[in-house]
Design a protein around this ligand. Structure first.
Ligand code: LLP
Length: 437
């Protein structure tokens, strides 16, 4: 599953002891396993190889330029959702031919950057955006390639949180499916636009492969209608949303998704069509952990608390979505290493509320979690933090964003330094401490 494992009573990432990483770089620190990231990408690609897709890793999940470069070196493209992510992909040296840009509210500057770099595809989300893109294309004298993001009106199953469901009627994303063909036709008549196909992203995470099948059937019906009119549809972007195992065995495998998706798209691919995927979480979540330190133990009423140096500003998913992240001390007392990432059945565990240092009542990482006894100074690992971990950090309470470290075998390299107090105020001290008039 991944390269984080307990050996000799302590946690390792590949051949690197996490104790040593913490000693060298401090905490809180995100630690990524290069071997895991690459392995997940390669195995995802293998599952879908029969339809030869362009796999654009979703930078919103994990956007460190070194990691984008690592994935691009394996053949990945990058899915971006802002000018900032596009910039990251370009700095990472990703070929614009392998970059796509989505986003419901792209600015004129973001569209212009995408047009100038002639990226592989701009996923447009409204009639108004098509008009604006056409104007920008004319001004730049370029012919950008676009796909229309469709809202297929599909409710995923109950396990997809409402807050990350994107394709039900009335959602802000994409164009209602009934208007998509008309918009495609309109875009096709503009001499400055190349309307190539459709994009769909149903939500995140999606546990039922059948949901992709339903969405694709709707998109393929749309495509067939247009092809019957003589239009050619050459790109179908299936989006992301493939799950990660936050607990072992909790999600279907990539082959299960491939089984639902590939046969439906084979005809399209045989006619020369290009399939695009935008996986984020499924590749990155289990390729990273957040390493933190226990600051205090305390009692609150009848509850046992551990206060750690990572809170909702360093990893927000538990506070924001009630997400489960397995966590465990790096070097547990009495060698109580976990048997799996969700078992709580070892004797002598303590039910802890794990909280951060932030001044918000929602700043919890776990409530009533059975963990080995911990004392101040102990290291704790928060697992499955590689996706939507670092990318969702903030400076609330003037907290410093964590460092990021990349492990390759027995080697650990800093790939983003920890922020400093000077970083916090640098953008405000425009003219020393003189207030503007
Ligand atoms: N493509 C589009 C158009 C998306 O909106 C997303 C995610 C993806 C691809 C990648 O989805 P993935 O493969 O990673 O599931 N912050 C939330 C997740 C928000 C997802 C937003 N869109 C979380 O921490 O769970």
């Amino acid at each position: 599953m991944d390269e984080f494992s307990y050996r000799d009573g302590t946690l390792w990432c590949e051949q690197t002891e996490l104790r040593e990483v913490a000693e060298k770089f401090g905490t809180p620190t995100y630690v990524y396993s290069a071997a895991t990231l690459v392995d997940h990408y390669v195995r995802f690609a293998k599952a879908f190889e029969s339809i030869n897709p362009l796999i654009c890793f979703s930078a919103k999940a994990l956007s460190n330029v070194h990691l984008l470069r690592l994935l691009a070196g394996q053949g990945a493209g990058i899915d971006t959702v802002s000018g900032g992510e596009l910039h990251r992909a370009l700095v990472a040296g990703v070929d614009p031919e392998r970059i796509v840009l989505a986003g419901v509210g792209k600015s004129v500057d973001e569209l212009r950057a995408a047009v100038r770099h002639d990226i592989r595809c701009i996923n447009v989300e409204s009639e108004a955006e098509v008009e604006l893109l056409a104007r920008v294309a004319r001004e730049e004298d370029r012919r950008p390639r676009l796909a229309i993001r469709v809202n297929p009106d599909i409710a995923p199953d109950m396990r997809t949180p409402a807050r990350t469901t994107t394709a039900i009627r009335g959602a802000k994303f994409g164009v209602d499916i009934e208007r998509a063909a008309a918009l495609f036709r309109a875009a096709s008549t503009d001499e400055f636009l190349r309307a190539e196909g459709f994009h769909v992203h149903i939500g995140s995470p999606i546990f039922d492969p059948g949901v992709y099948a339903t969405a694709l059937d709707r998109i393929l019906a749309l495509t067939a209608g247009l092809e019957a009119d003589g239009h050619s549809v050459t790109t179908l972007n299936v989006g992301g949303g493939f799950p990660a195992e936050y607990t072992e065995g909790s999600a279907p495998g990539w082959d299960d998704f491939a089984e639902a998706i590939c046969p439906r798209l084979q005809g399209f691919v045989d006619r020369g069509g290009q399939v695009v995927f935008e996986p984020g979480r499924t590749i990155a979540a289990n390729a990273g952990i957040l390493l933190a330190t226990v600051r205090y133990r305390k009692r609150a009423g009848d509850r046992e608390l551990v206060v750690i140096d990572a809170g909702m500003t360093h990893i927000v998913r538990a506070a924001m979505y009630d997400s489960y992240h397995f966590m465990w001390p790096v070097t547990p007392v009495n060698g109580t290493v976990p048997r799996s990432r969700d078992q709580q059945s070892i004797d002598d565990l303590v039910d802890y509320d794990v909280v951060g240092p932030i001044c918000e009542s929602s700043d919890y990482l776990a409530k009533g979690r059975a963990l080995p006894a911990m004392v101040s100074g102990d290291l704790i690992a928060i697992f499955s933090a590689g996706a939507y971990g670092m990318t969702m950090t903030s400076n609330y309470n003037s907290q410093l964003r964590p460092a990021e470290v990349l492990v390759r075998g027995g080697r650990a390299d800093l790939i983003r330094r920890r922020e400093t107090y000077d970083d916090l105020v640098a953008l405000e001290l425009l003219d020393g401490l003189t207030p503007p008039l």
